[in-house]
Ligand binder design. Structure first.
Ligand code: 3H9
Length: 697
């Protein structure tokens, strides 16, 4: 039960916030804190109060599940002001994590200490808001305007060591016992006769190095549409020019404004969705199998990336290639990946050397895999080749081992049927580069056993990845939907839009990259191969992007050849538009008898998003994705979808499903083949429901 307890230990009042799992500051906790400090004021037996958190952390922040609902009193700013107003000293002793409102409670105390290993931060901007309980006013008074802006606009936490250096905390405590550390620190403050020392009474911070305008300029250049970090700069600006009390009022005003934005709703949706994807009834209470050593078949970019991810996260790996030369190349790729991790500060050189010496084995013989618990196949995308690999694995792997395929579109049921144990077969679709990208599609085939699914989710967690369950179909969740909206983009090019305008419209919308920038990054050979593969299933009314084939045949394969849709001068990865590409496209239009027309950026976004949502609705309806939120997480983690929009399904809900449906009806007037309406979308609109109503099941 959520509670704040109050206990007298000698002259110290110990106030403990107990609200598992993260001690969020729910209404019950806010009431409990207010009451505890009323009691402390009146408590003649207590000369000092310490606030601690029960369990594994101090306080994880305001209760996010209350957001978007009518506010419940007392408000957190009032509770913190109440704590700060205490005439006797108040100490916060922090362990584990102090985030958001949690750190603001600590800043309402008069002294702060932390155990080793603590992380302190104000992550509110990641939720589309900003600190709203005094953080924007107290933090600059404690550590200065520039360091405060760094913490508040990035949302990134700092260590207790950095917090001590900056002045955010006063002491790092010895040991790991939070209660003892709290009592010791309180005793030492009592011994020093330390007075109450409110942060609001510290001198007003000054913007000495034009930190405010520097941060505004930096954020304007780097943000892709998010508003919260810039509003947070304004709030810190208030601390510089207003009294503390006026600054708090201004902070509250800005905070409440952000609370009303669709960005806040999108980011909170993303927060809960990324936790909900792992909650599947089919694996609830099912123990995963043990995985200590994994095998990887194939040492190309994907296989080497998967192996890198595994060794970086403490797993032993045996990678099998077809000959020694290929095995050596794979080892060299993994070594390069690890070197890059050392450069990024993710790994030290000794650990890299130990991994290469002990955790990674490369081999050319499947017999070396007999002691592996799970093998991931990452060979050429051919059903025959994969079936051959799986038959071989079936013959040598011990019973209980899991056989996984990294295919990005092939039928996992058919691959499983090549073995005598389809219940042990699953798809693990990593995204390239596999040691960096966070998304893992877990493709569950018809006969896959529940504990194999549970093992896949446990493995993803171990690899620091976000796993989403997908069913079997061509392209699973992400690539299937991608293929559809990518086609919508090609149609727009055929009809008169330039690929550069399309990329610009979509990056302005918030995507990390536009579709033609993505093509150049992935390689135009990939798109060509996909079109070839799908040619056999083509419908007579499908429209074909002949311009894309023309670029491919010229050898303009994208970034790797220095030329694709864009020209890449030496050392430039951004690329510049190429008039020759526009000519090739003009020829393609002429060849198809199309009179080009112009598109507004708004129409480009509407067509692109309508195609995405329409196909996603089919993917949900067919059970390929279990809920709309699974689609959202796939796009946030694997396809550069702007997080502040919450994902394509959340976007659709925010825009209104009736508006999307009306768009599709309009677009279908000129192409009712491509724009056939997804039955689920039609049904939801008819019933006045949205996608979110399907997330609760
Ligand atoms: C804020 O403070 C605003 C103020 O400035 C102003 C107010 C006026 N509330 O992540 P986990 C749930 S904004 C409610 O798996 P971990 C979470 O959904 C807030 N619930 O644990 C999950 O539930 P379930 C600023 C929360 O150990 C469970 O707790 N704070 C909250 O990997 C376990 O979570 C933040 O943005 C919450 N605040 O990581 C911090 N936090 O089991 C957000 C978590 O049903 N939280 N839950 O799925 C985090 O970053 C991580 O949860 C944390 C623990 C690092 C704390």
């Amino acid at each position: 039960m959520a509670a704040v307890t109050y206990e007298n230990v000698g002259r110290v009042a110990v106030v403990t916030v107990d609200n598992a799992p993260v001690n969020a500051l729910s209404q019950a906790i806010r009431i409990g804190l207010s009451e505890a400090f009323d009691r402390f004021d009146a408590d003649g037996a207590a000369d000092i109060a310490v606030i601690v958190g029960a369990g594994r952390m101090f306080i994880g922040g305001a209760d996010i599940s209350e957001f978007g609902k009518p506010p419940k009193s007392p408000s957190l700013p009032d509770v913190i002001n109440r704590i700060e107003a205490s005439t006797k000293p108040v100490v916060a002793v922090i362990h584990g994590t102090a985030l958001g409102g949690g750190l603001e409670v600590a800043m309402g105390a008069h002294y702060r200490a932390a155990l080793a290993g603590t992380r302190l931060g104000l992550p509110e901007v990641k939720l589309g808001i900003m600190p709203g309980a005094g953080g924007t006013q107290r933090l600059p008074r404690l550590i200065g305007v520039d360091p405060a802006l760094k913490m508040i606009t990035s949302g990134a936490p700092v260590t207790e060591g950095d917090a001590l250096k900056s002045g955010l905390i006063d002491r790092v405590c010895e040991g790991t016992d939070i209660r003892q550390a709290a009592l010791d620190y309180a005793q030492s403050l009592l011994a020093e006769n330390a007075p109450a020392r409110p942060v609001s009474g510290l001198p007003q911070p000054a913007d000495t190095d034009s930190a405010l305008s520097n941060w505004r300029a930096r954020l304007n250049a780097s943000l892709r549409g998010e508003v919260a970090p810039l509003v947070a700069v304004d709030a810190v600006g208030a601390a510089v020019v207003m009294s503390f009390a006026e600054g708090l009022t201004e902070e509250r005003r800005l905070y409440m404004e952000l609370m009303e934005t669709p960005q806040r709703a999108g980011l909170i949706h993303a927060f809960f969705a990324e936790r909900a994807v792992a909650k599947l009834p089919e694996i609830a209470g099912i123990a995963p199998r043990d995985v200590a050593r994994i095998g990887v078949i194939g040492g190309g970019t994907m296989g080497a990336g998967i192996a890198t991810s595994a060794v970086l996260n403490g797993l032993a790996v045996t990678l099998v290639e077809r000959d020694q030369d290929a095995a050596d190349k794979a080892r060299a790729t993994i070594a390069r990946n690890l070197d890059a991790a050392v450069k990024r500060g993710k790994l030290n050189a000794e650990r890299r050397d130990a991994i290469l010496a002990d955790a990674l084995a490369t081999a050319t013989d499947y017999a070396t895999l007999t002691d592996t618990d799970l093998v991931i196949e990452a060979v050429f995308e051919s059903m025959d080749v994969k079936k051959d690999v799986f038959a071989k694995l079936d013959a040598i792997l011990p019973r209980g081992a899991i056989l996984a395929t990294n295919t990005s579109y092939l039928d996992v049921d058919e691959i499983a049927a090549a073995t005598s144990r389809p219940e042990d077969v699953i798809g693990l679709h990593f995204f390239s580069p596999a040691h960096i990208m966070k998304l893992l599609e877990v493709v569950v085939a018809g006969k896959t056993a529940p504990d194999v699914v549970a093992t896949a989710f446990a493995l993803a967690k171990r690899l620091g990845k976000t796993a989403v369950r997908a069913g079997v179909c061509d392209g699973f969740i992400g690539n299937r939907i991608l293929s559809h909206y990518r086609t919508a983009a090609d149609h727009m090019v055929l009809d008169g839009a330039s690929p550069y305008q399309i990329d610009k419209a979509l990056t302005d919308f918030g995507f990390a990259m536009g579709p033609y920038q993505v093509s150049d990054l992935a390689g135009l050979d990939i798109g060509f191969a996909t079109r070839q593969r799908k040619a056999a299933d083509a419908h007579p009314r499908d429209r074909y992007p002949t311009f894309a084939d023309a670029l491919y045949h010229k050898g303009w394969l994208g970034q790797k050849t220095g030329h694709g849709y864009y020209i890449y001068d030496k050392g430039d990865r951004k690329g510049r538009p190429d008039p020759e590409v526009e000519q090739i496209i003009a020829q393609a239009r002429a060849g198809a008898g199309i009179t080009p027309r112009s598109f507004t950026n708004d129409e480009i976004v509407r067509r692109y998003m309508a195609a995405m949502v329409n196909e996603a609705a089919r993917v949900v309806d067919q059970g390929i994705a279990q809920r709309p939120l699974d689609v959202d997480v796939v796009f946030l983690y694997g396809y550069g979808f702007p997080r502040w929009r919450g994902g394509p399904m959340k976007y659709a809900d925010q825009r209104g499903l009736d508006a999307i449906l009306a768009d599709i009806r309009t677009f279908s007037e000129t192409d009712d083949h491509f724009w056939s309406l997804a039955p689920l979308l039609q049904k939801l609109v008819a019933e006045g429901r949205n996608f979110d109503s399907l997330n609760q099941r």
